[in-house]
Ligand binder design. Structure first.
Ligand SMILES: Cc1cc2nc3c(=O)[nH]c(=O)nc-3n(C[C@H](O)[C@H](O)[C@H](O)COP(=O)(O)OP(=O)(O)OC[C@H]3O[C@@H](n4cnc5c(N)ncnc54)[C@H](O)[C@@H]3O)c2cc1C
Length: 394
């Protein structure tokens, strides 16, 4: 068999898996349907401080466009809350450069990367997997011992082998470039149904502009226009020009039931596997870690699927389960209740160091900050208690 591993999708997760496998001399080929790695971008590019370090991607200036130090919350009523961290909270990436860097590393390590090649189907054989590929109208078939599905949220191939849940958010974003360097160091998050049904809107400062976006189950364009109509965003983008528009699906529904088929031939990683945060849809870090774990297990070749799932779930499983519950509660809150929730828990401006330490674990963040706010919680239960309980039960 020519290929030990065939990877469908040259996004960060597919390429990270390819890099790790090739570094250990595993014969690996990646098929990417687009002609360029990293393009088109469909991401806001915000990650926590440990993401690049743990995924072993250099924190170079062309990859990291900005460092942010907190979150500015815009509540449904229009009030704002500023949560600041003394140390860096997150990095704003040039997603195209980030993907390209991993692609170069994978290629230098020995992985074959086939751009402009779209996988159109896979067939499980007794001793491997047949992968059918379309290259500009020409059909090719390759045989690999293992297939890694890293095709992102399209999940076309994933769907042919695994049960895929319904219900994804549609994310849209406009990236603005301004004539001068900007000094904003806060991510702005817009809460409320007029901006998003199912998540939130955002304004993320890059080096020379802002990414303005939202993800919603319904009519994201309307949400985006509402965000752009706020005085805050009008000020941010004044004099700027749009350099990129994009759309993509966002998963906040948790992972698929399994990350591998029954015979350990096909594995899922990244968005294909649902390795995203339920409260934000962020998937670069969770999926990237998935790629590293999976590559390791393929090299070890002992009960690959089970060990991969067990190790990924040991890190993120509890977080996902708990945050799915919170996601469910957040989805049920009315705008007025969101206002009460945040205004009761936080003052108008405050230092919240934990935002930096626990950026990648919302569960740990909540666990750390709630015990310090027992008085606020008591007030919240008094204000929202009966209504919240009714919503949880129904
Ligand atoms: C609007 C929006 C904003 C986001 N913001 C953030 C954020 O700020 N932070 C964060 O952590 N995450 C964010 N995410 C999520 C993040 O983009 C994903 O979690 C991440 O890209 C997942 O990487 P991946 O490699 O699994 O999939 P992808 O990045 O989607 O890569 C999949 C690749 O597979 C290719 N492909 C698909 N099908 C085939 C096929 N049949 N044959 C060959 N190639 C194929 C695609 O072209 C693509 O290159 C955002 C997502 C959206 C939509």
């Amino acid at each position: 068999m020519k290929w030990t591993v065939c990877i469908i999708g040259g996004g960060p997760c597919g390429l990270l898996a390819a890099r790790e496998l090739a570094l250990r001399d595993v014969n690996t080929i990646v098929f990417e349907e687009h002609d360029e790695i990293g393009e088109p971008v469909h991401c806001a590019g915000l990650v926590g401080m440990k993401c690049l370090r743990e995924l072993r991607v250099p924190e170079r200036e062309d990859i990291v466009l900005n460092v942010v130090y907190g979150i500015r919350l815009v509540l449904p009523s229009g009030s704002t809350i500023l949560l600041k961290t003394g140390k860096p909270m997150g990095l704003v990436l040039d997603r195209a450069k980030f993907d390209q860097e991993i692609g170069i590393e994978a290629y230098n390590a020995g992985a074959e990367i086939m751009k402009g090649h779209r996988v159109v189907g896979i067939r499980l054989m007794e001793r491997g997997v047949k992968v059918a590929v379309d290259f500009k109208g020409e059909r090719k078939v390759v045989l690999a011992r293992y297939v890694i599905c890293a095709e992102g949220m399209t999940r076309r191939i994933t769907r042919s082998v695994f049960k895929v849940p319904k219900g994804v958010l549609i994310g849209i974003q406009e990236e603005y470039e301004l004539p001068m360097r900007i000094e904003d160091r806060y991510v702005t998050v817009f809460l409320g149904r007029r901006y998003s049904q199912g998540l939130f809107g955002w304004a993320i400062p890059t080096r020379y502009g802002f990414r303005i976006g939202t993800a919603s189950y319904r009519d994201p364009m309307k949400g985006l226009n509402m965000i752009k109509a706020t005085d805050l965003v009008k000020r941010m983008i004044r004099g700027g020009r749009i350099i990129r528009r994009m759309a993509g699906f966002v998963n906040t529904q948790g992972t698929l039931e399994r990350f591998s088929d029954a015979n350990d031939r096909v594995f899922l990683v990244g968005d294909s596997a649902g390795q995203n945060k339920p409260l934000s849809g962020g998937g670069i870090y969770y999926g990237g870690k998935g790629a590293l774990i999976l590559a390791n297990e393929i090299v070890r070749e002992e009960d690959i699927g089970r060990n991969y799932e067990r190790k990924w779930n040991a890190i993120f499983g509890k977080e996902i389960r708990r945050m799915l519950i919170l996601r469910n509660i957040m989805d049920k809150l009315e705008d007025r209740e969101i206002d009460i929730l945040f205004k009761t828990l936080f003052s108008k401006e405050e230092e919240l160091e934990e935002l930096s330490d626990y950026y990648d674990s919302h569960y740990m963040l909540i666990k750390r900050i709630l015990p310090l706010r027992l008085f606020n919680i008591a007030k919240l239960i008094f204000k929202l208690g009966p209504r919240l309980i009714t919503k949880l039960v129904i």
